[in-house]
Design a protein around this ligand. Structure first.
Ligand SMILES: [Zn+2]
Length: 69
């Protein structure tokens, strides 16, 4: 099963300070970090970056690329 995750381009996690790790759960507007346990329930994601800058990434490809480094 393929899972699609919306990442916020250029967003920095307030918890682990990593860039491009903040993703949005589109069903309930929860934003979360894929690197640490940070989650935030408020729909602030829309304010972090313009919606046009949100890129849709295949989570499995993302992990594959991450493991290469
Ligand atoms: Zn984080």
């Amino acid at each position: 099963m393929k899972r699609f995750v919306q990442f916020i381009a250029g967003a920095i996690c307030p918890e682990c300070k990593s860039k491009d790790t903040i993703a949005i759960n589109p069903s309930d507007d929860v934003i979360y970090c894929v690197k640490c346990d940070f989650t935030e329930k408020r729909p602030e994601a829309k304010d972090l970056k313009k919606k046009s800058e949100i890129k849709v990434v295949n989570l499995q490809d993302f992990k594959k690329n991450r493991d290469k480094n």
